[in-house]
Design a protein around this ligand. Sequence first.
Ligand code: ADP
Ligand code: MG
Length: 477
Amino acid sequence: MDWEVVVGIETHAQLATRSKMFSGAPTAFGAPPNTQASAIDIALPGVLPVPNARAVEFAIRFGLAIGARINRRSVFARKNYFYPDLPKGYQISQYEQPIVEGGALAIATPAGEKTVRIARAHLEEDAGKSLHEDRRGMTGIDLNRAGTPLLEIVTEPDLRGAREAAAYARALHALVRWIEICDGNMQEGSFRCDANVSVRRAGEPGLGTRCEIKNLNSFRFLERAIEYEARRQIAILEEGGRILQETRLYDPARDETRPLRGKEEAHDYRYFPDPDLLPLVLAEDEIERVRREMPELPAARRARYAAEHGLSAYDVALLTESREKADYFERALAAARAPAKLVANWVNGEIAALLNDAGLDFDAVPIAPERLARLLERVHDGTVSHKGAKEVLAAMRARAEDADALIAALGVAQVSDRAALEGLVEQAIAANPKLVADFRAGRERALNALVGQVMKASRGAANPAQVAEILRAKLAG
Ligand code: ADP
Ligand code: MG
């Protein structure tokens, strides 16, 4: 029996504002505990929250980026529950009327592009943090995170399987960074996902009972947690059992999910509109201003690179992994008298590999795109081979000289000078009568051996294509 794995994802993206959602306290990560929680963040008596205009703007930006409806009127609600890291007893969120509804995000799958529908995205504030480590059996409470602005982004149950879910999470992560509303730092918890997972037999119309796996803070854990959870549910159903709707946690050390709370213990949050906050009403000109200031989006860039430069879907998908990478590619391309395909291959290949080795990102490429452009021109005109150019690139990290100077200094220029090559070819012919006879007798492989002799004599500097051509001409004559 074939099973289908159905996934819907809820993501908490921390908005990259300097101050909190409803107070002026700073959001910077890593401050000493409880130094960044203001009276408003912990709702001391008599304080009044004021919405952060920048956070609202970021939510609009996100809505526009996914083609969603921006609700002109949305409502902040109190979500009531008790937890030690929430001394105020409620979190301010949006419930019945979120700021963003609908829209979609395209993801790449092995079967081609797929559209994932977004149900909603709403503004809310984060809670504090409980610290269990190094507390000698006690729990510490750090309220610095209390009141930090979050955008919670919820998909429809459109994802099928762990791979697709991870592809969606990556695409969303890339988008929020691209439009600069979230720094995407997963170690610091700026981007975390909850995965809702159910399974059903292929062809079954309705959805199965789901479990929700909370707080997955890496793409790998997200993928593995869903794989484990699907296997667990399928095993239960195949034995004739029933899935209990519950919230579970993924334990990476044991690669399994464990129950956290069941539906029976699920909270009734008693949502109601926050009496301290007016409905959030957006003016048309504000939405228009955000629209005007939107950067060109990844999908638009992909289409443009494909149309203007004839690059493949695969190449453009890689080039637009981040805005910094796409910008780097464009600057290198603008500076180089070399084909776009060559520039794309080097940005996606050698530059990406170099950054990976150095633990860097495209926001900090140690080689300026204009320097890369000079080198690629030399690859294109045959001055240097791909292999030689890789040596030059490696040297560029430590040395300031331009490509031409490094090609000379490293001695990696290909010998393309016709007279020099002809001299080497003649020597090889004179020194290898057996190979020459073999080639003339029709053994094509003898030519490769002769090319090899010339390459060796030139210590790898000869241009092999040109050597073969000269050899053919001389042996035919
Ligand atoms: P809740 O109110 O409990 O948070 P929602 O309807 O908001 O539930 O759904 C939360 C997430 O769960 C959404 O991403 C949704 O797509 C997903 N989801 C809902 N039902 C299922 C299901 N049967 N299987 C997988 N995902 C589901
Ligand atoms: Mg929910």
